[in-house]
Design a protein around this ligand. Structure first.
Ligand code: 13P
Length: 281
């Protein structure tokens, strides 16, 4: 069933666990995410980015996602990740997304507030939740050119940003990065604590691939409610395809079946660590 971000994050915040927000790049990965969440009776967020919306086609992507979500018993949020314009936010709303991110993190604070608020006003009128970003989370995601180094969030600015935009979810830059970590990430837990104490909205962690169980748990204890994972699923899918081809398997149906199994296991492992198993209601 299709839910909004507020629906699934409310209990996560009050009970101290996080809901996984998994990026999908094709039907295999999307189905694997949904199957994992169904198997573990967990709420789940499925999300995709502007490059993949363009690659798949917005209508095809949303019809596929809505049809698969309709078959699920668990609560599922269909979320636009790193939306980059009001226009795309509107198109996703029309196509039935239940949650929208507007990423204005590269803009000056004043403009980030202005444009995030515009998206919030449009989405809230339809009961749809909105995520915003402050500070710049480094790395590269889905070939979107992003900052190479982290520009960490300033907690006092987070307070102003949340109050002025009325955003439902905030993605604070605290030292994680999108993609594969080339060196050990240094996570600024103290900064996250400060952001948590100055804001009331839900908090999302970006760059969730490649972190340790301890790092996830520590951030959930401090107050992270949503954890984004993309790269690990992409790599899982690609490794399965590679192994199949190396083993001489070229029938797409067979490769897809194995992708569904392998990616589902990666997602199940995250759901268990994030503590959302058996939280679907
Ligand atoms: P990773 O690809 O590093 O897991 O990050 C995903 C993400 O933050 C999506 O916005």
């Amino acid at each position: 069933m299709l839910y909004t971000m507020n629906d699934v994050l409310k209990e996560a915040k009050s009970k101290g666990y996080a809901v996984g927000a998994f990026n999908f790049h094709n039907q295999d990965v999307l189905e694997a995410i949904l199957n994992a969440a169904e198997e573990l009776n967990s709420p789940v967020i499925v999300q995709t980015t502007p490059p993949y919306i363009q690659n798949l086609g917005l209508e095809v992507c949303s019809v596929m996602a809505k049809e698969l979500i309709k078959r699920c018993k668990i609560p599922v949020v269909l979320h636009l990740d790193h939306g980059n314009s009001f226009d795309l936010a509107q198109k996703c709303l029309v196509n039935g997304f239940s949650s929208i991110m507007f990423d204005g993190s590269k803009l000056p604070l004043k403009d980030n507030i202005k444009y995030t608020k515009q998206v919030c006003d449009a989405c809230h009128a339809l009961g749809v939740s909105v995520e915003g970003e402050l500070g710049a989370i480094g790395g590269v995601e889905d070939n979107m050119v992003e900052g190479q180094s982290n520009n960490l969030i300033i907690p006092e600015e987070a307070q102003i940003f949340v109050e002025e935009t009325d955003v439902d979810v905030l993605a604070p830059a605290i030292g994680t990065a999108h993609g594969i970590y080339k060196e050990e990430p240094i996570l600024d837990f103290a900064r996250l604590k400060k952001v948590r104490s100055l804001t009331t909205c839900y908090l999302a962690l970006h760059g969730g691939s490649g972190l340790t169980e301890e790092q996830y748990r520590e951030m959930i204890i401090i107050g992270i409610n949503k954890i984004n994972v993309g790269t690990e699923l992409k790599l899982g899918w690609a490794n399965t395809v590679k192994k199949a081809i190396e083993a001489g398997i070229t029938e797409p149906m067979k490769i897809r079946s194995q992708c569904l199994i392998d990616v589902r296991e990666i997602v199940k492992n995250k759901i268990r660590i994030f503590g959302s198993e058996n939280r679907a209601q």
